[in-house]
Design a protein around this ligand. Structure first.
Ligand SMILES: Cc1cc2nc3c(=O)[nH]c(=O)nc-3n(C[C@H](O)[C@H](O)[C@H](O)COP(=O)(O)OP(=O)(O)OC[C@H]3O[C@@H](n4cnc5c(N)ncnc54)[C@H](O)[C@@H]3O)c2cc1C
Length: 420
């Protein structure tokens, strides 16, 4: 992809992935109720576009939070280069601008047999279609204290905890990033975290080191870009170790018990960022949408309907579903549009679009002045009934314009398209 095409991709990727054709009447007076559970990149986008294109729909968005804090861009908060305020998106905008009904509550279970959502408050909601977009949940690591060793993998308080620990770290200290097995949210983001913090250490904490303990056999996203960074510009700061399992954490002594190639060992550090293995949000499990032995919810990529209850109008979006597409904010936004389109078609008595496409992107900063980028497009394959990746590109060299203009512009567009 050349620069011009990349810019065009950035401009269009936030809008209209699946909504270009609009075969249904915009005035279709269904009065139907669609309930959206979770107001992150997937759920907020779905609620907004349901109301934009389905004027007479009753759309209720349930989330305990009044605002969504974007994980995308949050690594720059860790070093003080950015602030959480730039990543905080009040959900009230969706109510005031689009007429989405907001409910500050948590969903505890969806019952497809009665088309009912049960809420933590004790109330319940009935629906014609329901969308579950609860993000991720974590596997437990023995002894893991989230306060002492923040994961910072859901943005907000966790991000600030890790930021404060890094800012308080003395020069010459060690920062450990422990990365879980794939699939996890944002395959490039833990390595991006390492480059962002390494750049900060070089400028403000000389002599400090980063030890990356990766459960995977190699770098899970943008391997060439990050290998070049770790072995090049940051070779005196970053040590990358693959195939490491974290068995237990000891918060009192800031120690991880690990094993590598069957050999037990331990590491201590001044700051430890322990990112646990990930699975679908608890709501998806509690609603019976994740098969035994699986970690994410299987869905039909034509409409994101659960394949476990196919006739029940229960859709799962974003990081909780298991189509094998990137687990990313950009992807969650794209899936939401495919799902909205399919729901509107269903309410108009039509079949879903038989050839949906989705996209994902990341623009990881490599130094204070440069950033790299990657994009990927998925198309539906009717033979395998899966989304197949049809393009992937990686910049050979990080550049200034990606760091200063294209990356920030893309993040602004993505947040605006999802939440404003
Ligand atoms: C450090 C980092 C960097 C990243 N960088 C990028 C990037 O460069 N590009 C990119 O595209 N993606 C990136 N991501 C990934 C991106 O943040 C996620 O993939 C995205 O947030 C997934 O969207 P989602 O809607 O599935 O979940 P979320 O955005 O997590 O939203 C889930 C929502 O559901 C709500 N919820 C949970 N349970 C319930 C319940 N029971 N009832 C009601 N509401 C509930 C939560 O409050 C939350 O608002 C990054 C992630 C991290 C951690």
């Amino acid at each position: 992809m050349n620069n011009l095409n990349r810019r065009r991709f950035i401009q269009v990727c936030g809008v209209g992935v699946a909504l270009a054709a609009l075969p249904y009447s915009l005035q279709a007076a269904t009065g139907a109720r669609v309930v959206v559970l979770g107001g992150g990149f997937a759920g907020a986008t779905a609620a907004k576009y349901l109301r934009l294109f389905g004027h007479d729909l009753n759309v209720t968005l349930v989330d305990p939070a009044a605002a969504h804090v974007s994980c995308v861009g949050s690594n720059l908060v860790l070093t003080g280069e950015s602030a959480l305020a730039e990543l905080t998106n009040p959900l009230s905008v969706l109510r005031d601008r689009y007429g989405v009904e907001l409910l500050a509550d948590s969903a505890v279970r969806v019952d497809p047999s009665t088309n009912t959502v049960h809420l933590a408050s004790g109330a319940s909601l009935e629906y014609e279609h329901v969308i579950l977009a609860p993000g991720i949940d974590f596997d437990a690591v023995q002894g893991h204290d989230f306060q002492a060793m923040p994961h910072a993998w859901i943005a907000g308080e966790q991000t600030l905890l890790l930021r404060d620990q890094l800012l308080a770290m003395p020069a010459g200290g060690t920062f450990v990033i422990a990365i879980p097995n794939t699939p996890f949210r944002a395959h490039t983001a833990p390595y991006e975290r390492a480059t962002v913090v390494a750049d900060f250490f070089r400028r403000e904490r000389p002599g400090s080191k980063i030890l990356i303990l990766d459960a995977n056999p190699g770098i899970a996203g943008m391997r060439r870009t990050f290998t070049t960074a770790f072995e090049g510009v940051y070779r005196d700061i970053v040590e990358y170790v693959p195939n490491v399992t974290v068995n237990a954490a000891d918060a009192l002594n800031m120690r991880l018990d690990i094993s590598r190639d069957g050999l037990a060992d331990s590491v201590t550090a001044e700051v430890i960022n322990l990112i646990p293995a990930q699975k679908a949000g608890k709501l998806a499990f509690d609603s019976g949408l994740v098969p035994d032995g699986s970690r994410f919810a299987p869905v039909n990529p034509l409409n994101y309907a659960s394949t476990l209850v196919p006739a029940a109008n229960v859709h799962v979006l974003g990081d909780s579903q298991s189509t094998g597409q990137a687990k990313s904010g950009h992807m969650a936004n794209a899936q939401a549009k495919v799902c909205v389109d399919a729901i509107l078609r269903d309410l108009a008595g039509l079949e879903p679009d038989p050839a949906p496409k989705t996209t994902a992107a990341a623009f990881p900063p490599i130094t204070r002045k440069t950033a790299s980028w990657t994009t990927v497009t998925y198309s539906f394959d009717p033979v395998t009934m899966t989304m197949v990746s049809t393009s992937s590109a990686e910049a050979p060299e990080p550049t200034d314009d990606v760091r200063e203009e294209e990356g920030p512009g893309w993040l602004r567009n993505l947040q605006r398209d999802s939440f404003a």
